[in-house]
Design a protein. Structure first.
Length: 313
């Protein structure tokens, strides 16, 4: 059987590179869609040899990328305007996450791509006023409207975070808590990447055209995650707020004076009100098996980041 090709959009990002790794481990060939300014070094070190240069805001470039031969069996889209790279290149977050994703869906439909795997956001359909979150839901709706076969993986908060500061803080005995006093659903990004690879390559067509919440087994508070780190490392780790409670009331004022932080602050406010908690876990179990536990996710994270020294053989 010929090697199956999967086009990964946003391949150079933190999650994108994990998705690439998971696809390669399953024997697929990755066609990495990157922007001209993207750093390809990590992808090349993983074994990616095929790149297509395109931008979500350039419909013509997407059409060329997705009609490349041999045609891909799936597109996995993890790109986001809500990213550090977009900020550095002065991209328009809103345009990337709205018009850009519509362009990508149109290109996939026109190219006859059999399935489109969207990395979406947990409870995004309940956040109509939160940029990026609500825009993911609009993309889900557009996929259905265009009748492009899809699966939307609605991910909880990443244990390892897009800009991973957890490891360096944990080494100092601190877990950074973004929701002090509250709980949120979390997922370790390699687990989400594995689900995305399975969705692109293995799930039957009957599993498509729906959204699936992706999370660990229980919503977790900061102290719960800190306790899991304590058990994994055998030393004390405590949860401490990322933002001082005294500063939280000032965040709307910060957003007013620093417009580039406006979207992040609005999203943080939604999360702190309990927006990141799933009410549906059966679909995830049916498609991908038992939900990962917080304990196991934290233990694997510690091993992957070298926080646990290898046992001498």
């Amino acid at each position: 059987m010929a090697t199956r090709i999967v086009t990964v959009v946003g391949a150079s990002g933190t999650l994108g590179s994990e998705i690439v790794r998971a696809l390669l481990e399953k024997g697929a060939k990755v066609r990495a869609m990157v922007r001209a300014t993207s750093d390809r070094t990590k992808l090349e070190s993983l074994g990616v040899t095929e790149f297509v240069v395109a931008d979500l805001r350039d419909a013509n470039s997407l059409q060329l990328a997705l009609t490349a031969e041999p045609r891909a069996v799936a597109v996995v889209a993890s790109a986001a305007g809500f990213s550090a790279h977009t900020a550095r290149t002065k991209g328009d977050n809103s345009q990337t996450d709205t018009e850009g994703y519509r362009n990508l869906v149109d290109a996939a439909k026109d190219a006859g791509i059999p399935r489109f795997i969207l990395i979406s956001i947990l409870e995004c359909d309940k956040a109509p006023d939160v940029p990026h979150f609500s825009q993911k839901f609009l993309t889900e709706k557009y996929l259905a409207e265009k009748r492009q076969p899809y699966l939307a993986l609605r991910a909880g908060a990443f244990l390892d975070r897009a800009q991973d500061v957890v490891a360096q803080r944990v080494r100092k005995g601190v877990f950074p808590d973004i929701v002090p006093g509250g709980a949120l659903d979390m997922i370790y990004s390699p687990d989400l990447a594995r689900y995305a690879a399975e969705a692109a390559l293995d799930l039957p067509a009957s599993a498509l055209n729906q959204s699936v919440d992706v999370r660990c087994n229980v919503p977790a508070t900061g102290p719960m995650v800190a306790a899991a780190f304590t058990r994994a490392l055998g030393r004390s780790v405590v949860a401490k707020p990322v933002i001082s409670p005294l500063l939280v009331p000032m965040l709307p004022m910060v957003a007013w004076f620093v417009p580039r932080l406006r979207d992040q602050i609005k999203a943080l406010g939604w999360i702190r009100k309990g927006g990141y908690i799933s009410h549906e876990s059966q679909k995830q179990k049916d498609l991908f098996g038992e939900l990962p536990t917080i304990e196991d996710s934290v233990a694997r994270y510690c091993r992957d980041r070298g926080l646990i020294k290898p046992t001498a053989s």
